[in-house]
Design a protein around this ligand. Structure first.
Ligand code: ATP
Length: 270
């Protein structure tokens, strides 16, 4: 399919809602059109997955999402022979489907993947754009509308779990962070249905909770958790109960840290 005809008349209102923060939408589109793979870096719950679904829908391409973990093998991506009705049949994995169908393949938390997975990605992420399927003997050439997107959270990185330079230098990379306050307020309001003013108070609170990151907290409170909190409040849950369940308990098990978080919450909501 010629790229110029890809999703020429998309109604933005029908796409998964994504509020852009900078130039990420145009960079994604350039990467797609120039057939370059993309790496998204950023903390948990800051909008990376939503961004990818929004862009896939905007470009009119199917999206194949894979959450990477220690046990994920290259066969989970490429496919395997399965016994079906007494016959052994090859079944494509999500990466192979994305290559065959011309879709967007999104590998979330790619640093969690084992080495054999990254090896499969190498010929796909340079100018060869090839996916060798050893088991079937095929060598698939990725079509123009195939794109590989991967993400990871640099905050969780440690020496054993980092991308090798030979892998990361195959990607364009974009950094994500929590959206600026006004944008985050709009996102939380739109996602939860809670009035903007109350969402603004939650976003202010998030700033003080995020300032506690590093002291005793591994990660600052995510936009996702703010949406949860606002959703509960909009559903009638008392603010302090909603805040404890969404902005305190998911962040820490330590009683002292929880107390510190609750203090900040009381300072905002009384
Ligand atoms: N820019 C944004 N536009 C619209 N919604 C957003 C945006 N940023 C965050 N959100 C909201 O935050 C939620 C979490 O975002 P998302 O699932 O995309 O996070 P993520 O960065 O992919 O997290 P993880 O790394 O844990 O997978 C979304 O479901 C959405 O409600």
């Amino acid at each position: 399919m010629p790229l110029s005809s890809v999703a020429a008349h998309v109604d933005e209102r029908e796409l998964p809602f994504y509020e852009s923060v900078g130039n990420e939408c145009s960079m994604f589109e350039h990467a797609f059109r120039q057939r370059l793979p993309l790496l998204l870096k950023g903390p948990t719950g800051c909008g990376k997955t939503r961004f990818v679904s929004h862009m896939a829908a905007k470009l009119g391409r199917p999206l194949f999402t894979i959450s990477c973990h220690d046990d994920l093998t290259s066969a989970d991506l490429t496919g395997r022979y399965l016994l079906q009705g007494g016959e052994t049949r090859w079944v494509d994995g999500p990466l192979t489907r994305a290559v065959r169908e011309g879709g967007i393949c999104y590998l979330d938390e790619v640093v969690e993947a084992r080495k054999d997975v990254t090896v499969v990605l190498h010929p796909l992420t340079d100018d060869r754009r090839l996916l060798p399927l050893e088991r079937t003997g095929e060598l698939l050439e990725a079509p123009d509308d195939f794109m590989l997107v991967v993400s990871y959270n640099p905050g969780y990185q440690h020496i054993l779990k980092s991308l090798k330079p030979s892998t990361r230098q195959r990607f364009l990379a974009l950094s994500f962070d929590f959206p600026p306050p006004k944008i985050e307020r709009d996102i939380v309001a739109r996602e939860s249905g809670l009035p903007g003013e109350q969402c603004a108070a939650l976003v202010n609170l998030a700033a003080s909770l995020r300032a506690m990151k590093g002291q005793d907290l591994e990660e600052g409170v995510s936009t996702r958790l703010l949406v949860y909190c606002a959703t509960l409040i909009a559903a009638g849950v008392p603010i302090l109960e909603a805040a404890r369940a969404t902005l305190v308990e998911p962040l820490s098990d330590d009683a002292d840290v929880q107390e510190g978080l609750m203090e900040a919450i009381h300072a905002t909501f009384g």
